[in-house]
Design a protein around this ligand. Sequence first.
Ligand code: UTP
Length: 233
Amino acid sequence: MATVVVALGGSLLRPEVEERHNWLQSMVEVIVASVESGSKVALVVGGGAPAREGIELAKPFIEDVSHLDRIGIAATRLNATIVREALSEGGLAVSRKIPESTGEAVLELEKCDVVVMGGTEPGHTTDAVAIRLAIQSEAEKCVIATNVARVYSQDPSQYPEAKSFDHLTLRELQEIVGPPEHAEAGTSQVVDPVGVGEAVEHGLPLDVLDGRDTQVIKMSLEGDDFEGTRVRD
Ligand code: UTP
């Protein structure tokens, strides 16, 4: 049975996103369809607004970055719980637990069609968790569902002349996002450089796409042509 791992950026669940109930409903339908076509799906959910708020509130009092990371991790698990409950309500056999490590998630995936988790330990973001889980569960690829249409050469909000890519090699993506080191808690690149480092090491294919449109996620899961960036070895 094919396994696919999806990193769902926490910004996709943010309250500002218009029609967020429709988005969640449609996300459930996409996962139901994927399971019906014979896949196992692991979702790794980001921290979004609660992570940013919590980290911002505590920052002036906390020196150790890993302590701020723990606040971010708590937020990712809150968001994972929201998505887990919605999927379970949609009739899917979802792991009851929110795994706290990728090893635990691999074991849960052996028992259930769907597993939902957030972060694991300080030092990276949920993209890196999703990539690690994809490697450990021998998934065919890892989908990075974010809130931009493609990978750009630079941040397009700051550099309007930035170039976007349909295809990249894993090493080219590493050059764009920078060396595999953890940035300050709560700061974010299109894909976590720590995760990209592990994908490079294992030759794991990545599909980077705009998760605000759940149909784009569906097309990637079904192996169809989708709008976004395909990152291959
Ligand atoms: P996110 O995965 O949401 O990271 O984790 P992000 O890239 O900053 O945000 P979005 O979702 O793409 O908008 C939020 C924060 O939680 C901590 C990190 O500080 C991260 O920035 N975190 C998360 C960890 O330390 N370890 C984890 O496994 C996950």
